[in-house]
Design a binder for this molecule. Structure first.
Ligand SMILES: Cc1cc2nc3c(=O)[nH]c(=O)nc-3n(C[C@H](O)[C@H](O)[C@H](O)COP(=O)(O)OP(=O)(O)OC[C@H]3O[C@@H](n4cnc5c(N)ncnc54)[C@H](O)[C@@H]3O)c2cc1C
Length: 396
């Protein structure tokens, strides 16, 4: 089957779905192909924290209704170390900025519903996705649909929003893409538990036995993480052991961690990865397809949504107005934001996690930095400014 559209989007994660929505607002047609099922995309547990600019964008493009009703606005975080818990007040430090807890699963549900209601072409459970003719002005997307029919879609641009393991980045010409990356010698064991959060705002804890984080998804569902070794086996972590370790690392006098049924647990490796450039002719990469940050700074989802906001404007200029300048600037503009977030995520990660090994130098530097961040307004403001989103999002 042969068809044509203006933009072919690979991947129905937050980046691909939001791009399709933003392009539609500008009158640009697209198709989104996704190799997982709709149910899988809507249930995949990942991010849950939105920068102020991301929530404002979602509201501004008609996607804020459920987020406003169900999201939890947070004006700060707690930083914990050496048995002390300190509050950082973002609103005070940044002149009123905040973050919102609203799960990625819910954003994906809102986006899929909005796209389908608008009659968008959204193909789930595709296989053998390929992009071709990338050196031409009208490249090609090929895929096999859920019923087994092979399709060819001629388009004017392709957006690779297919995540870290997608095919678009590797489809760029050999030697073009440069990768900068950093591995970390630990992973996160994350759980989702049906129990009201034991805290009003996130607790980031540096404990000598490893990092722990108490976050949440809703007023009834808690999300918690433990630093574990990079090659940890989840089978070694029965529920009782997880709760005991969380209590140990997050505990401070006078505070209690409520536990409840664990509905999901998984181990996530930690990685920083940036591929550049994010464009080859009419193929544009966005989100995790081009970059990964460790989740400590809560930036991955926000970066993915920022990329496609810039990309939607660039594609509108290119395809509707015939102006290539914003598309030419897309990669550099996105990479500036990406590297700021990459630095912040690396810094938060390095400050809060315990490196394996007997060296005392690293731990003492971490404690010195944590004491500085919790006692100097200038240092606290640096954290608050980056956490709530340093670069503003423009969606004219
Ligand atoms: C445990 C965890 C916690 C996190 N916490 C946070 C947080 O608090 N805040 C934050 O901002 N970020 C967080 N992140 C990161 C965030 O989830 C990602 O950055 C975000 O999902 C990126 O969106 P994306 O659309 O670029 O990629 P993805 O969500 O990965 O979407 C890519 C899509 O492409 C599809 N695909 C792949 N290959 C193909 C193919 N060949 N053909 C068709 N489709 C394909 C995939 O199935 C997927 O649906 C976290 C991540 C993890 C793992």
């Amino acid at each position: 089957m042969t068809a044509s559209t203006q933009v072919a989007i690979v991947g129905a994660g937050p980046a691909g779905l939001l791009l399709s929505h933003l392009l539609a607002l500008r009158g640009i047609d697209s198709i989104v192909v996704e190799n997982r099922s709709r149910a899988y995309c809507e249930a995949r547990q990942r991010a849950g924290l939105l920068e102020a600019g991301t929530t404002e964008l979602l509201r501004g493009v008609g996607l804020g209704q459920r987020m406003d009703a169900e999201g939890l606005e947070h004006g700060g975080i707690y930083l914990q170390f050496a048995g002390e818990r300190h509050h950082l007040d973002f609103k005070d430090l940044t002149g009123g900025r905040w973050v919102t807890i609203y799960a990625q699963t819910e954003i994906v549900k809102d986006l899929i519903q909005a796209r389908l209601a608008a009659g968008a072409q959204l193909e789930f459970e595709v296989s053998d996705t390929e992009v071709a003719d990338l050196d031409q002005d009208r490249p090609l997307l090929r895929y096999t649909d859920a019923a087994g029919t092979r399709h060819e879609v001629r388009c004017e641009a392709i957006a690779g929003c297919d995540g870290f393991h997608g095919i678009c980045r590797d489809s760029m010409p050999p030697g073009l893409v440069q990768v900068a990356e950093r591995g970390y010698p630990y992973s996160w064991l994350g759980i989702l538990a049906t129990v009201p959060p034991s805290t009003d705002e996130l607790i980031y804890a540096r404990h000598e036995d490893g990092f722990a984080l108490h976050t949440m998804r809703t007023r009834q569902v808690s999300r918690l993480y433990l630093q574990v070794s990079a090659d940890e086996d989840i089978e070694r972590w029965p529920d009782d052991r997880i709760w005991a370790e969380l209590r140990h690392r997050l505990g401070v006098p006078g505070w209690q961690l409520k536990d409840g049924p664990i509905t999901e647990k998984a181990i996530t490796p930690m990685r920083s990865f940036v591929a550049s450039p994010m464009r080859y002719r009419r193929l544009f990469l966005a989100g995790d397809a081009a970059h990964i940050v460790p989740p400590t700074g809560a930036k991955g989802l926000n970066l993915a949504m920022a990329d496609v906001t810039v990309l939607a404007t660039a594609l509108t200029s290119l395809l509707r107005d015939g102006d290539p300048a914003p598309a030419d600037a897309y990669s550099d503009a996105s990479l500036r934001r990406v590297w700021r977030a990459t630095h912040f995520s690396w810094w938060m990660t390095s400050m809060l996690h315990v490196d394996p090994g007997p060296d005392r130098f690293g731990p003492e530097l971490q404690l010195a930095q944590l004491r500085y961040v919790t006692s100097s307004r200038a240092a606290a403001t640096t954290l608050a400014e980056n956490y709530t989103g340093y670069y503003p999002l423009h969606w004219p």
